[in-house]
Design a protein around this ligand. Structure first.
Ligand code: NAP
Ligand code: ZN
Ligand code: ZN
Length: 369
């Protein structure tokens, strides 16, 4: 075989069973995002293919694109982020049971897992020992390289990792439920059994925080928002907060000492955790979902006195994500979104980095066509 023939046959092998899709990708940590062409696999019998309608913009996308998690999860470039995806099914493989062509379907932070370890068998695929295949920047089990996320026109996913979305929900407002919703609702709030009669704090009023307020309120708790942005006070109340504390005001913080059952901390940057541990009652829990990579110091005495707990939580399993979507459909809960064209994504990242979003950017993927 000549060199040219060899090269052609390798290219054919690399593309056999795949097709081209359009995307927005970052080519380096400082490049910003721009148009790119990627390959998706042809759907297998158990796969669904989606036309992506809307994709939410999570602060994790920004951390990942800028390689801010380089010690824990280094970014492989090109990187196509996006894990808050709502789409329309355009193909359903022969063994697909949950979907048919034309249905709405959603994809969150995971697209696969080993399915056999104890965590997977328990419906906690996010903790898969495999580990789980995340929607982007995870080794791709089928094509090699890494997975590419929802800033794209099309996506192929095993139906086991696709969720049903009620068409009663606005699809743009529903997209952020796939990450911001599951993280702040069923998973930590349900796990720590947040309920009526409890006092719950939400730290940071961004994408995750605003969903946490809506959901903690729907679960019957008394909700207090802690914000560094005094301008968000009115919104916090509109979203369901009973009270709002500007966290830079020491006197206001002092009034809240020792009074919380549970606090969910959604802050994306390094900040003082001890200030929040001191607000917990005996046996209260501060759960971190925000994910700055730099370690944050903890004063042990804040934990010892009153036997307080410091915990973390990451997304939720597939079964729980479906329950959350059904709960939101029943209660009419969606995110407050600012819909943008994909060409505005770099501006949106700049605003997200400054906490200037009300309260989730969602990309209208029709703009990619
Ligand atoms: P976001 O929309 O940017 O919201 C973060 C909020 O944190 C900001 O709106 C701001 O609220 C507050 N904040 C920002 N910088 C701050 C600072 N220096 N000091 C104090 N407060 C500050 O981000 P998001 O999409 O909600 O994500 C939040 C974090 O959660 C990110 O680190 C993300 O990677 C992580 N995350 C974790 C999971 C998980 O499974 N655990 C899943 C998704 C995202 P105020 O203006 O109200 O102060
Ligand atoms: Zn996310
Ligand atoms: Zn597993």
């Amino acid at each position: 075989m000549s060199e040219t023939e060899q090269a052609t046959s390798m290219a054919a092998r690399a593309t056999a069973g795949t097709y081209e899709a359009r995307a927005f990708a970052a080519s380096a940590a400082s490049s910003g995002l721009g148009p790119a062409t990627i390959r998706r696999r042809e759907p297998r019998p158990q796969d669904v293919q989606l036309d992506v309608l809307f994709c939410g913009v999570c602060h994790s996308d920004l951390h990942q694109v800028r390689n801010e998690w380089q010690k824990t999860m280094p970014t492989v470039y090109p990187c196509v982020p996006g894990h808050e995806i709502v789409g329309r099914v355009t193909k359903a493989g022969s063994s697909v049971r949950k979907f048919k062509e034309g249905d709405l379907a959603a994809v969150g932070c995971m697209v696969d897992s080993c399915r056999t370890c104890a965590e997977c068998r328990d419906g906690q695929e996010q903790f898969c020992e495999g580990p789980a295949t995340f929607t982007y920047n995870s080794p791709d089990r089928h094509l090699g390289g890494v997975t590419y996320g929802g800033y794209s026109d099309r996506l192929v996913v095993d139906e086991a990792f696709a969720l049903r979305v009620s068409d009663r929900l606005d699809p743009a407002g529903a997209a952020p439920l796939l990450c911001a919703g599951i993280i702040t609702t069923y998973s930590p709030l349900r796990h720590w059994n947040v309920r009526k009669g409890q006092k719950v704090g939400v730290v940071g009023l961004g994408g995750l925080g605003h969903m946490a307020v809506k959901l903690a309120r729907a679960f019957g708790a008394r909700v207090v928002v802690f914000t560094t942005s005094p301008g968000k006070t009115e919104d916090a109340v509109r979203l369901g907060a009973h009270d709002v504390v500007v966290s830079r005001n020491a006197a206001e913080m002092q009034k809240q000492l020792g009074s919380f059952d549970f606090i969910l901390d959604t802050v994306s940057a390094v900040h003082d955790l001890n200030a929040y541990l001191d607000l917990l009652k005996r046996d209260g829990t501060l759960t971190l979902v925000g994910a700055p990579e730099t370690p944050m110091p903890v004063g042990v005495f804040s934990l010892l006195f009153r036997r307080r707990q410091l915990a973390g939580s990451i997304i939720g399993g597939i079964r729980e994500t479906q329950e959350m979507l059904d709960f939101c459909a029943e209660h009419g809960i969606t995110a407050d979104v600012e819909v943008i064209k994909v060409q505005k994504i770099n501006e949106a990242y700049e605003r997200l980095a400054k906490g200037d979003v009300k309260y989730r950017f969602v990309i209208d993927m029709a703009s990619l066509k």
